[in-house]
Design a binder for this molecule. Sequence first.
Ligand SMILES: C[C@@](CO)(OP(=O)(O)O)[C@H](O)COP(=O)(O)OP(=O)(O)OC[C@H]1O[C@@H](n2ccc(N)nc2=O)[C@H](O)[C@@H]1O
Ligand SMILES: Nc1ncnc2c1ncn2[C@@H]1O[C@H](COP(=O)(O)OP(=O)(O)O)[C@@H](O)[C@H]1O
Length: 283
Amino acid sequence: MSVEKLTLPSPAKLNLMLHILGRREDGYHELQTLFQFLDYGDEITFALRDDGVIRLHTAFEGVPHDSNLIVKAAKKLQEQSGCTQGIDIWIDKILPMGGGIGGGSSNAATTLLGLNHLWQLGWDEDRLAALGLTLGADVPVFVRGHAAFAEGVGEKLTPEYPEEPWYLVLVPQVSVSTAEIFSDPLLTRNTAPIKVRPVPKGNSRNDCLSVVARRYPEVRNALNLLGKFAEAKLTGTGSCVFGGFPSKAEADKVSALLTETLTGFVAKGSNVSMLHRKLQSLL
Ligand SMILES: C[C@@](CO)(OP(=O)(O)O)[C@H](O)COP(=O)(O)OP(=O)(O)OC[C@H]1O[C@@H](n2ccc(N)nc2=O)[C@H](O)[C@@H]1O
Ligand SMILES: Nc1ncnc2c1ncn2[C@@H]1O[C@H](COP(=O)(O)OP(=O)(O)O)[C@@H](O)[C@H]1O
């Protein structure tokens, strides 16, 4: 029997390290980064419609309907597959936008995988990841669903198996523009490539950190606070800051110190995305 309605998770990611190796001729930066997922994220509900219309029913502040990565992903998949069915979509959005935890990219990937399932397209992961890359550099890792070392602009992925601690993620009340950070003249762009796998322990630096911390006092405060209890790191180009803890109880203890002006959440790191665990359970 075919499925008509589906609710799927859309997890966050962390960049456990991020090195900038150089700048390409098209202005994009060559990176090496280690992605891991969090068991924490949005939830997207999809319901089939047979008239071909794609409609996201949840409004996003500051993001017009047709610019939403969920709608863009659905439209591209519909066009490229020639599918004549449509979709109604709702999202329970809890991930902060512009926080470096990949909410938009994750939403796009969940949409691609969810619609591949509901529309019964039978696309394989390679094809979905290639389409995903046209929507954003972080989409392919969410499509593949395994923690990975990423190279290029994020499209060359090798599965990795980092430890899976509990994290406390701090969410400074500021949205960081990725474009602004990558165009800062003070950004370090000449880190030597890591040539061995798995990524040797001790490579936890994020080359964006000093530029982001200099520009955003809110991020500086978060790094200072968390730094008293754990190694405090920046994910992506920020604004979120995270630290690992051996147990949920220890992460919760630090989380209890947060105030209204600096919020955060506790979540388990995971090398297999909760989206893929849910999809597996449906097969
Ligand atoms: C830095 C990372 C690390 O995971 O994540 P976030 O902090 O956004 O989550 C990603 O590589 C973000 O990739 P992506 O999400 O595609 O970046 P966008 O916001 O589209 O990029 C905005 C702009 O930043 C610059 N940019 C982006 C990525 C890159 N490797 N080099 C760049 O120079 C480009 O000028 C681009 O137009
Ligand atoms: N479904 C979506 N969820 C979040 N952001 C989206 C979405 N669609 C479009 N965007 C746009 O993408 C930008 C980056 O969002 P997001 O992926 O959450 O942050 P980051 O890349 O810093 O992790 C947002 O500021 C917003 O303008």
